[in-house]
Design a binder for this molecule. Structure first.
Ligand code: ACO
Length: 325
């Protein structure tokens, strides 16, 4: 019998400190940085974001989301035999956030590793977990996206610091006799490293280079829309399905205008697109599982729905996963 993988539980966590655009603008004004709720809403659709307290790391957010996903799946942490965390803001240079999460969940022995593909990280992680389940290496996986992007923002750069937030989302992916994940599509093109990056690194006990996020917003915008359209079409083709078969599209939550343009190109009504960027900002690898969990708990996404998850981000990386929920 063919072995598939299926999502059996979702969870998410947002740190309690929520800043509206007006609150963020007031804080930035004290540093001489000028922005407004009006500008941020019009250009991005973002109205609020959450920032983690200084002593809270990606693993803390990940564990809270993972516990919810486990509960939703009716599993214990001890049932899990694979942990993959997608993050670009790990607690430490090493070990991985996944190993820290494993320890905080009170389990040991199963493989645990991070995937670093920036805003496409969750799509990459879900695809890897699906492959490991299909080949029999795992049966019950925790796949998590967790970020504290507030740590790498340059709060003197108004073109980037208003866009991002912190949070985590998680799913339990289990072996199943029925699909589950129908198709996935992953890509990268390293020639775009420079348009979205955190160029600094640690060397000889020092941070060398700039450790804060740099972005050419317009270049990213143009690239993102085309890549999201092409990966959506490629993924649907692999499953012999069309746009009309999708119940919900859950794109990476970066900017409402990117989502609107992508939906338009795919001739999908905006009502079929899950939007949480207004409340979360861009939480990078956490954004897709966070949006998915919100949509499940709101009762929008129901068992049996066909979902297209898609991401694009630094690298450049991009990809999509088509699944039956
Ligand atoms: N508040 C007020 N004014 C601002 C702000 C701000 N926060 N940021 C920029 N401006 C000003 C600029 O200084 C500029 O002023 P000027 O005309 O006097 O020079 C003006 O607004 C227009 O700036 P642009 O950069 O041209 O604005 P644009 O319409 O391109 O919007 C934005 C910028 C929102 C970053 C857009 O390019 C974008 O969304 N790009 C996609 C980037 C993205 O979403 N990245 C997320 C990470 S990647 C990913 O997840 C896929």
């Amino acid at each position: 019998m063919t072995r598939y993988s299926r999502i059996t539980g979702t969870g998410s966590y947002l740190p309690p400190r929520r800043l509206t655009n007006a609150e963020l603008a007031a804080e930035l004004a004290t540093k001489g940085v000028e922005t407004s709720d009006e500008w941020i809403v019009e250009r991005t659709g973002i109205r609020a974001r959450h920032f983690a307290a200084p002593d809270v790391s990606s693993s803390d957010l990940a564990v809270a989301a993972a516990k919810q996903a486990l509960e939703a799946a009716g599993l214990l942490a001890s049932d899990i035999d694979l942990i993959i965390v997608a993050t670009s803001t790990p607690d430490m240079v090493f070990p991985s956030v996944a190993c820290i999460v494993q320890n905080k969940l009170g389990i040991a022995g199963c493989p645990a590793f991070d995937v670093q593909a920036v805003c496409s990280g969750f799509i990459y992680a879900l695809t890897v977990a699906d492959a490991l389940i299909k080949t029999g290496s795992a049966t019950k996986a925790l796949v998590i996206g967790a970020e504290v992007f507030s740590r790498i923002l340059d709060f003197s750069d108004r073109t980037t610091c208003v866009l991002f937030g912190d949070g985590a989302g998680a799913v339990v992916l289990q072996a199943s006799d029925t699909p589950g994940i129908l198709a996935s599509d992953l890509h990268a093109d390293g020639k775009y490293v420079g348009i979205l990056c955190v160029p600094g690194h640690v060397s000889g006990g020092q941070v060398v280079g700039d450790p804060l996020l740099k972005m050419d917003g317009q270049a990213v915008f143009k690239l993102a829309v085309g890549l999201l359209e092409s990966t959506a079409r490629a993924t649907l083709a692999k499953a012999n399905l069309s746009e009309a078969d999708i119940d919900w599209m859950i794109p990476h939550q970066a900017n409402i205008r990117i989502m609107q343009s992508t939906a338009r190109k795919l001739k999908m009504p905006l009502e079929k697109v899950i939007v949480t960027v207004d409340q979360h900002g861009n939480t990078s690898a956490a954004s897709i599982p966070l949006a998915m969990d919100v949509a499940v708990r709101d009762g929008k996404v129901k068992k049996g729905d066909t979902l297209l998850l898609e991401g694009v981000g630094g690298g450049f990386t991009w990809g999509a996963v088509l699944l039956n929920y």
